[in-house]
Design a protein around this ligand. Structure first.
Ligand code: SF4
Length: 321
């Protein structure tokens, strides 16, 4: 089976069971992305390709760890040899850190408000980065909102000032104020991600009460002026009720503005009862739209230095998958 096909099917499932040799060092436990708050997730790699899958002991798709990271993926009666990747923080090759693990907003698809985590101190984050320094090539920062959007931004700016000591590319994805792009750029941040989340304004209004869709566009456009084409990213979830045409229009609007869409299969959490993960067929259809729109706009995800487009664990990424 071709990698794109296999990854689409695995992403549609979203999880695997894990057996074989002890694999604790390969299990990512984090407060964002697949597996957040659960029993963790693993990165399964084949050559330069990878996929991140939450662990679910009941899933019939199985990864058997043979030892030292060597692993077999058992899917639909076939065995695919690959390896498990050791996460830095949250993902391989990066320290991708969630600063504040709680949020005053309650986007219906997001696990952060439900996890009710705390804010990490700056010293704690410096220690986390230090502990993986020798095996990462980037630092990525995301956050919930503890008190207010403005207060969260100030805290993240303080943190970024300290992280510059590592001389690694820094990517930041927070809910922005109108000044966030200028302030991050002034600190030397390499890339930014501001998440549109939903393919249409109507879906955004239902899914993200209290957040401002128009501000996200203003901030993304300003970011492209400051950071350059292809250095600005935006997550859009696949499966919130949008049609393929609406998704295609959203992708084209983003790419025509110089922004790389990060198209993420929905992981239905408790606020989304009745929703399901998108099918592998739909993921492949949208992958082709994505590929064409990026090519037409001259955007290349292979150049991403930080965050999800560099990682590729959770999405089909044109040029990488
Ligand atoms: S693709 Fe993004 S959310 Fe998924 S593991 Fe990688 S960095 Fe985390």
């Amino acid at each position: 089976m071709q990698w794109t096909d296999l990854k689409a099917r695995l992403l549609s499932s979203g999880s695997v069971s894990l057996s074989g040799e002890p694999a604790d060092q390969f299990i990512a436990r984090s407060s964002a992305g697949p597996g957040a708050g659960g029993s963790g997730a693993v990165f399964f790699a084949m050559g330069s390709h990878r996929v991140k899958l939450a662990l679910d002991p009941l899933n019939r798709i199985e990864i058997v760890h043979r030892g030292n990271g060597v692993a077999d993926l058992c899917y639909d009666g076939t065995l695919t040899r690959g390896r498990l990747l050791r996460p830095g923080f949250h993902c391989p090759d990066q320290a991708f850190i969630t600063v504040t693990g709680s949020c005053i907003f309650s986007c219906r698809f997001c696990t952060v408000p439900r996890l009710g985590g705390r804010r990490k101190t700056i010293e704690e984050i410096m220690g986390m980065v230090e502990s993986v320094r020798q095996r990462i090539g980037a630092i990525s920062i995301t956050s919930g909102v503890l008190e207010s959007i403005e207060e969260e931004e100030s805290y993240v700016l303080e943190l970024v000032k300290r992280l510059r000591v590592y001389d690694l590319p820094i990517g930041v994805s927070i809910y922005p104020t109108d000044q966030t792009p200028d302030r991050l750029r002034a600190l030397g941040v390499a890339e930014v991600k501001f998440n549109l989340e939903a393919a249409t304004p109507a879906l955004f209004a239902t899914m993200c009460p209290g957040l401002d869709y128009d501000r996200l566009w203003r901030v993304m456009d300003r970011s492209v002026e400051l950071f350059g084409k292809g250095r600005v990213f935006s997550n859009v979830l696949i499966g919130l009720g949008e049609t393929d045409m609406e998704m295609e229009a959203c992708i084209s609007r983003l790419t025509s503005h110089g922004i790389i869409p990060v198209l993420r299969p929905l992981n239905p959490v408790e606020g989304l009862a009745g929703f399901s993960r998108p099918s592998a067929e739909r993921l492949k259809t949208i992958f082709i739209m994505h590929e064409q729109a990026l090519a037409a706009a001259g955007l290349d995800p292979r150049e991403a230095r930080t965050m999800c487009t560099n990682c590729t664990g959770c999405d089909l990424v044109p040029g990488r998958d």
